[in-house]
Design a protein around this ligand. Sequence first.
Ligand code: UP5
Ligand code: MG
Length: 202
Amino acid sequence: MTNLPKVIFVLGLPGSGKGTQCQKIVQEFGCVHLSAGELLRIERSKPGSQFGEMIEKHIKEGTIVPVEVTCSLLEQSMKKEMEADKAKDTFLIDGFPRNKNNMDGWQKEMSHKTDLQFVLIFECTEKECVERCLSRGEAGSGRTDDNIESLQKRQLIRTHISSTEPIIEFYEAKGLVRKVNGSRSPDEVFEDVRKIFVGLKK
Ligand code: UP5
Ligand code: MG
């Protein structure tokens, strides 16, 4: 037994449904959803943020923000949530870690302060993911990366696969990876997600 905050990493290609499924998990299981991308977008838009320009450049180019920035945003958010409500001790960390730098930074700074439950991965084809992100842009998401140029950059399956592969291998060796087929309707996907979370101890 440990009193450390519980963490679940939620990974998958852009548009694979991480955010959508996290909302459903929050509704049914009461976890706290922390989207690394969303935290970075908020930090970018803060007046006077020393990281604003750097973050925007990475988001537009589909490259990955250095782990020190992302990790500290995640840690601050976790602290804030737990200070406001001690019962909020299970965090869905959506879209992080995305590369080895992210994972090594987390291992160094956060692994001993948290209790990783498992890594949830949504598997979805590149074609479907691009279509979903473009529709989200057309529907007015306001995201500067919901366009074909950014998508082509951040979507490159080879880049994504090669950068997330070591992460998946690392956690797979620990028996912590849970894969879900994300190429179905949100409710169908959630049926499988639910089965995984039902086993999560309170
Ligand atoms: N949709 C969802 N599920 C569907 C389904 N089953 N069937 C049909 N439609 C479905 O979904 C995308 C769209 O598809 C929505 O319109 C939804 O309604 C529909 P969503 O749930 O938003 O997908 P998600 O996987 O969350 O996609 P997102 O684009 O948010 O993923 P990314 O991983 O690209 O975005 P993120 O915000 O995590 O990161 C953005 C950028 O920030 C990165 O490219 C990077 O530059 C930077 N970043 C870092 O540098 N470090 C980090 O740690 C994190 C981000
Ligand atoms: Mg998202």
